[in-house]
Design a protein around this ligand. Structure first.
Ligand code: WTA
Length: 646
């Protein structure tokens, strides 16, 4: 597979933080060989109240993962106060661009300091202290990063729940980590939706969330919402009545910073827990190196803060680097398909980070949307969340970057805290579809099914990590055993990513996708078991099996095979009820794209569904069904292919 390589533009390399592949390779080798020395040098990038005693203490068999042991620091101090002390208080931290192009705001580091200190005092007044969990259920408004930083300032642990999740999902996440406080907004606006019922969704969730003592509500739209006396408080009223200073808590490097729920192979999402010192350093250093950030840059990441990309590369990584970022409330196609490029043009964005699904959706609309805007400010383009295929890679390179911007295809996960495999824009020649080479301190391997390392290039295997890095998750909140079983048990001594990958003749990694039952729909991780569980709750449904299929825009679409109870007829009302139930149980982003009703599912004699067969049918790969002799009833396969419902 000899793909064309695209060399970094010379002009960029000349001033880049890493200037050549040789620079990178030497530093990468050293980072693995002298791992602790390497990270202790890099840890000087951030400010510590007290230096660590030991750089790392790692044992994947337990698992035990600790970095910068004994060190004390505060994340909010590092993201704000430190820059003000260095004379950067008037620099812009955020340009906020509303869903409607007429709405925008900006916030300097000084102003961010004021807002974060005040809000930290609000949290304290509502009885929140170090270690308490605070749930954030918000859209992309400035108060979201402010709330995150305020939690970090006083040592509270935030748990952000993506704003499209339903009341039921919100309730389950609140209860799992027993949050004391919920922060939300009246209603939300996104694209043509101008009344997303955030507060009323939250109200339903709170009814079954006994740990919640108070809520704070941001007035975003002014829509009338129910405010329960004593329990519900308006953000703007609270923030005006407190002092404008708040001392940052001295946190231990291993104190929790946040929990973020993510889907796995089982029905219940897991609370991925990240801690303070290692996470901040990793987000800080990857951001600086992979985007080649300079103080003159304007950076924009289009992700939602409710996912890990937003945590690490909207809030913590950029702010720790004193970057100026754009935060965008809206969607790429509102008011029209030129919106992204209008924003690049308006703010003169130089570093742009988005997802392949957005690129595919925009590419479909033709080149004129981009070509009619001034995109000459762009310097580095990034992608994240799913494999990027050659057509959209080339479109991004030519039409958006005018062949002068390197594309950093960044592979990582909620669990890894930050980017793990990616080009460095001034150093690494890129190839369409490849995340290229591991970041410093990252030691990937390909394993075979038995856990043997696959040596050499031009090989396929299961992607695992041989050693730890500071941004690694530390546990599944409240369930260390699940942490162990999910990531460290199948292949002893490694962190298993759940992804498959190919390593080409140059040692470049091409991620081939998940090898477990997790789908990647428009860059959102969705567990098939969660969707199956939700469909199973719809009236009349006996059983459901969900698989992914290739989808032009979403990357993967959700394909559900559903059997109904005896006597229930297939009709559009049943289909509607399935959509409604999934929306209620999880949220609209998990609705199946296709439902196939069937009289039976392909099961082994022990009752296990053979998903391989369903995947083939969903993707119309009907040629080779493989061995179906172990099925309890092999005739099911023919029926499924013919689409028989009885
Ligand atoms: C997939 C998102 C190919 C992968 C940061 C991973 C990718 C999952 C890439 C994590 C990429 C992420 N190329 N696949 N550049 N980036 N993935 O936790 O399957 O939402 O395991 O984190 O997304 O998704 P998560």
């Amino acid at each position: 597979m000899n793909k064309k390589k695209y060399n970094p533009p010379q002009k960029l390399s000349l001033n880049a933080n890493y200037k050549s592949l040789k620079d990178y390779s030497e530093e990468h080798k050293r980072s693995l060989k002298e791992n602790d020395v390497f990270w202790s040098e890099k840890a000087e990038r951030i400010e510590w109240f007290k230096k660590w005693k030991k750089v790392s203490d790692i044992d994947f068999t337990l698992p035990k993962i600790e970095w910068f042991i004994g060190g004390k620091l505060n994340v909010s101090y590092n993201c704000i106060d430190r820059h003000i002390k260095n004379g950067k208080g008037d620099a812009i931290a955020f340009y906020w661009e509303g869903n409607d192009p007429s709405e925008s705001k900006k916030l300097t580091y000084n102003q961010l300091y004021d807002k974060v200190c005040r809000f930290s005092n609000v949290l304290k007044n509502l009885n929140i202290s170090k270690g308490d969990r605070v749930c954030l259920y918000m859209q992309m408004i400035p108060e979201l990063p402010i709330a995150m930083l305020s939690c970090a300032r006083i040592g509270a642990v935030h748990s952000a729940v993506f704003g499209a999740f339903s009341s039921d999902s919100l309730r389950d996440r609140i209860n799992d980590s027993k949050c004391k406080l919920l922060i939300t907004q009246d209603t939300g606006v996104r694209g043509t939706k101008n009344n997303i019922p955030m507060k009323s969704n939250a109200d339903v969730a709170i009814e079954q969330s006994p740990s919640i003592e108070n809520t704070i509500v941001v007035m975003r739209t002014g829509e009338k919402v129910h405010m329960k006396n004593k329990r519900d408080h308006w953000w703007h009223e609270q923030i005006d009545s407190v002092k404008p200073h708040c001392e940052p808590e001295h946190m231990d490097a291993e104190d929790p910073l946040f929990i973020l729920y993510t889907s796995g192979s089982t029905g219940t999402p897991k609370g991925v827990m990240h801690t303070t010192g290692g996470y901040l350093l990793y987000a800080d250093y990857t951001f600086s190196s992979i985007f080649d950030h300079k103080s003159s840059d304007i950076y924009w990441c289009t992700a939602d803060i409710g996912w890990i990309t937003g945590h690490s590369y909207i809030t913590y990584g950029p702010l720790s680097n004193c970057a100026t970022s754009v935060i965008f409330e809206g969607v790429p196609n509102y008011p029209d398909f030129g919106r992204f490029w209008d924003i690049v043009d308006k703010y003169q964005v130089s570093l742009f980070y988005t997802a392949p699904t957005a690129l595919r959706a925009l590419m479909k609309e033709g080149d004129s949307w981009a070509q009619s805007r001034d995109l000459s400010s762009l310097r580095v383009l990034g992608t994240v969340g799913e494999p990027i295929k050659e057509p959209e890679w080339k479109w991004y390179y030519k039409i958006i970057g005018s062949k002068k911007c390197p594309i950093v295809d960044t592979w990582w996960q909620t669990e890894t805290g930050g980017i793990m495999i990616s080009p460095l824009p001034g150093a690494t020649p890129t190839k369409p579809g490849s995340a290229t080479l591991p970041f410093f301190g990252v030691d990937p391997v390909l394993l075979d099914e038995n856990g043997n390392e696959i040596i050499g290039n031009n090989k396929n295997g299961l992607l695992a990590m041989k050693s730890s890095w500071p941004g690694q998750m530390r546990t599944v909140y409240g369930d260390h055993q699940r942490f162990k079983e999910t990531y460290f048990t199948q292949f002893k001594g490694y962190y298993f990513t759940g992804d498959g990958a190919k390593r080409d003749e140059d040692g470049y990694y091409f991620i081939t996708g998940r090898v477990d039952d997790v789908l990647n729909v428009s860059g959102h991780r969705i567990g098939t078991a969660e969707v199956e569980g939700a469909i199973g709750k719809a009236d009349g449904v006996a059983e459901a099996a969900v698989v992914g299929y290739n989808h032009d825009i979403k990357g993967q679409g959700i394909y559900a095979f559903v059997t109904l109870m005896t006597g229930i007829e297939v009709n559009s009302a049943i289909e509607m009820s399935i959509f409604k139930t999934v929306t209620k149980e999880i949220g609209p982003h998990a609705k199946p794209d296709k439902i196939q009703f069937t009289s039976g599912l392909p099961k082994t004699r022990s009752g296990k569904i053979m998903r391989r067969i369903l995947r083939n049918i969903a993707n119309s790969n009907l040629e080779d069904m493989g061995d179906i002799s172990t099925l309890a009833d092999p005739s099911v396969v023919d029926k499924l292919i013919k689409g028989d419902q009885k």
